[in-house]
Write a new protein. Structure first.
Length: 331
């Protein structure tokens, strides 16, 4: 979609980016957080929000478009204005998706709302661990941990006889043993590294061949896709687990528990969501409904997985191999 890529690139360097006659994207820093009860570790981020009231042109986007496309500033403003008119028309009938940024939709009161994806940290200066969850300790584990702490005693060395306390250095035999242990550990690490490199490289090569074959089938079909339509491709068989339960009247029930979903699209109309769901199933995906958005949008997923690793594999396959729009959701 026009201008979306330019907006994404500018969000890395600006805390406020205004799209004239549309609104402003705001980027705020959040520090690292730890939720001990839930076992959640949240890394520092730059999160995106949107303010529809700030619409006055600040010149950043127009200047960037002008320099990138080698056109005049006024021509860049006209291109932005035409694009905004297209966005506003689309929002009235469907969800407007900005890849890697978020999605716009109309609420019940017919007002434009923004749902940020926050899957990208819009900063080049943050690095380190990503977000992760650790299951809290159970009551029994906490009790054991507490007992260990209370049973720990300080060892005091008494010297009632006022004798000289001296420590003898290690003997030569013990020194040789320690050296032998170090050599054995280093040798084991070298062997494990070689094995890991060989088998890991073989796995990567197999995945590349598989991805290339799928991409060739996709090119052969010559499918033209919009950012909100996945097009038509050959049937694929994916070894993913995303079981759902159905009953005779074709109603779909979402499994209870934690899932990692790869979202294909969000719809205000449930019928449109069902059309996309059926289309994905015909093309070989184990698609299903995901958890509805806070605003009540019906979300359709390429797959709902039990593990984060499977979800990331599917997300990378859809985005980089099939070059389709998708984003990651933890349910």
């Amino acid at each position: 979609m026009k201008l979306v890529k330019e907006i994404e690139e500018l969000l890395y360097f600006h805390e406020c980016l205004t799209v004239p006659n549309f609104g402003s994207f705001l980027v705020n820093k959040t520090g690292a957080k730890v939720n001990i009860k839930r076992g959640a570790f949240i890394s520092p981020k730059r999160k995106v929000s949107f303010n529809i009231l700030i619409q006055q042109n600040d010149g950043i986007l127009a200047k960037y478009v002008s320099s990138r496309k080698n056109i005049s500033y006024d021509e860049a403003l006209k291109e932005i204005d035409n694009t905004v008119k297209i966005w506003l028309k689309k929002i009235k009938i469907d969800t407007l998706i900005f890849k890697n940024i978020g999605e716009f939709y109309l609420n019940v009161e017919n007002k434009i709302c923004f749902q940020a994806y926050n899957t990208i940290n819009f900063s080049h200066s943050f690095f380190g661990l990503e977000d992760f969850d650790r299951l809290p300790l159970s009551g029994r584990e906490l009790k054991i941990s507490t007992n260990k702490e209370t049973n720990t005693k300080n060892i005091i060395m008494d010297n009632d006889k006022k004798e000289n306390l001296a420590f003898e250095p290690e003997s030569k035999s013990s020194a040789k043993k320690s050296r032998f242990k170090i050599v054995a550990i280093i040798t084991s690490l070298i062997v494990l590294s070689i094995c890991g490199y060989y088998f890991g490289d073989e796995y990567i090569q197999n995945e590349r061949i598989r991805s290339t074959e799928i991409a060739q089938k996709k090119i052969k079909n010559d499918v033209q896709k919009a950012t909100y339509d996945i097009g038509s491709i050959s049937s694929l068989e994916l070894s993913l687990k995303a079981d759902i339960e159905t009953i005779e009247n074709n109603e779909v029930f979402i499994e209870s528990g934690d899932f990692y979903s790869v979202i294909a699209g969000s719809f205000r109309d449930e019928k449109n969501a069902e059309k996309l769901l059926n289309k994905l199933k015909l093309e070989g995906f184990k698609a299903s409904f995901a958890k509805n958005s806070p605003s009540g949008l019906f979300r359709v997923a390429y797959g709902r997985l039990k593990t984060k690793r499977e979800a990331y594999q599917l997300l990378n396959f859809v985005k980089f191999t099939l070059e389709l729009d998708a984003w990651y959701l933890v349910e």
